[in-house]
Design a protein around this ligand. Structure first.
Ligand SMILES: Nc1ncnc2c1ncn2[C@@H]1O[C@H](COP(=O)(O)OP(=O)(O)OP(=O)(O)O)[C@@H](O)[C@H]1O
Ligand SMILES: [Mg+2]
Length: 350
């Protein structure tokens, strides 16, 4: 859709697009544009910034209340081209910016690129929904069947006990264990892939970390793994304690699994600056080969051969941390791995 208060500008763009067999809608004001956007399916908006009544920037902000950048891309068209104007335009929610006079080829190339990105994002969204519905459905179906198997297994076990058939009792034990594993597995996959809804509370992040450390310390010490925890102060911030606990548990678990079966150390370090909080989890484990690093945050990527590892831990951690507005990175050598989680306290990024 082309939005401009000057009918001549609109006509020029419409002509350009129709030459390439693209369909265009037009609007002569921000208000008219918003009415069309609310009622019709628009793929991309080419928006003039300087318009009377409602400026392009205001239109852009209203569009962002309805659609994300990938659901409805917006390209601003304007004569203003200072760095500040560009930043203001992008902050208003524009995907891109073209200054007048612009070349037709550049305009088409940018429109094409943004539409392709939007298409890919829509496809990804559909796949994600299908996977989530699939796992929810599977979990439900498997839970029912496992319940049934459990019930009949108990009956067989009672019969075996009543008749003293030891080998049958041992078989029912195996069925019981496998059933429990199946249930645990499906619940874990569901929990780690489900949509993350944060319930933010203002609290001390250090307290949550300390709780996790205390929970895992005994088990680690039994396995000759020492846990060091360094933190000098409180870190009050808004976070979801349940998800954050799970993130820490996953990161410590990865560190522990990288050290096993030998001896080693895990060091957790929290540093709070005025605007950023750094949480580092370092281990003296086997490290991650450089060629594996690009894949470790991908769902279902695991180099472990245990039945209980699905390769979902880091992808879950990344999603939770990014939902908190933070970021996660990993550095690794053959002497160990350092995971760095950064939170921004004032909305500042990167
Ligand atoms: N601290 C670490 N040291 C060495 N390798 C690691 C470490 N953390 C992650 N990795 C590597 O990254 C991969 C992905 O980690 P992730 O936590 O996502 O999955 P996982 O631990 O294999 O399985 P899950 O977390 O589902 O139990 C691991 O299989 C391992 O190869
Ligand atoms: Mg893991």
């Amino acid at each position: 859709m082309v939005v401009d208060d000057d009918p001549v500008n609109i006509q020029v763009l419409v002509n350009h697009f129709s030459l390439r067999n693209w369909q265009t809608m037009t609007a002569l004001s921000g208000k008219e544009a918003m009415t069309i956007i609310r009622e019709d399916k628009v793929d991309l908006v080419l928006l003039d910034v300087m318009m009377p009544d409602m400026s392009g920037l205001q239109v852009c902000q209203e569009i962002r209340e309805l659609y994300t950048h990938s659901e409805l891309p917006v390209i601003l068209l304007t004569a203003k081209n200072t760095r500040r104007d560009i930043v203001i335009g992008l902050q208003a929610g524009a995907n891109d910016y073209l200054t007048k006079p612009f070349s037709k080829d550049e305009l088409f190339a940018r429109v094409h690129a943004h539409i392709e990105v939007a298409k890919a994002a829509a496809e990804l969204c559909m796949v994600k929904e299908a996977v989530q519905t699939g796992t929810s459905f599977l979990r439900h179906a498997i839970k029912n069947d496992v319940g049934m198997i459990q019930l009949f297994n108990e009956k067989i076990r009672e019969y075996a006990q009543a008749h003293g058939i030891e080998s049958l009792i041992r078989d029912t034990d195996i069925i019981m264990k496998k059933n429990a594993h199946l249930l645990g597995m499906i619940s874990r996959i569901h929990d780690l892939t489900a949509d993350i809804q944060l319930y933010l509370t203002q609290g001390d992040l250090v307290q949550t970390i300390r709780q996790v450390v205390n929970t895992v310390r005994t088990q680690c010490e039994k396995e000759n793994i020492r846990i060091n925890f360094h933190c000098k102060s409180f870190v009050f911030m808004a976070y979801d304690p349940v998800h954050m606990e799970e993130v820490l548990y996953n990161l410590v678990q990865n560190a522990k699994e990288a050290i096993e079966p030998s001896k080693g150390e895990i060091t957790i370090d929290v540093t709070a600056e005025k605007e950023r909080v750094y949480l580092k989890i370092m281990d003296t484990g086997s490290g991650i080969p450089q060629e594996h690093l690009p894949f470790i945050f991908e769902p279902y990527y695991s180099t472990k051969r245990r039945e209980s590892n699905f390769g979902l831990g880091l992808s879950y951690c990344k999603r939770v941390i990014e939902k908190h507005g933070g970021c996660i990175s990993v550095e690794s050598t053959a002497r160990g791995t350092k995971v760095i989680v950064t939170f921004f306290r004032t909305g500042e990024r990167g």
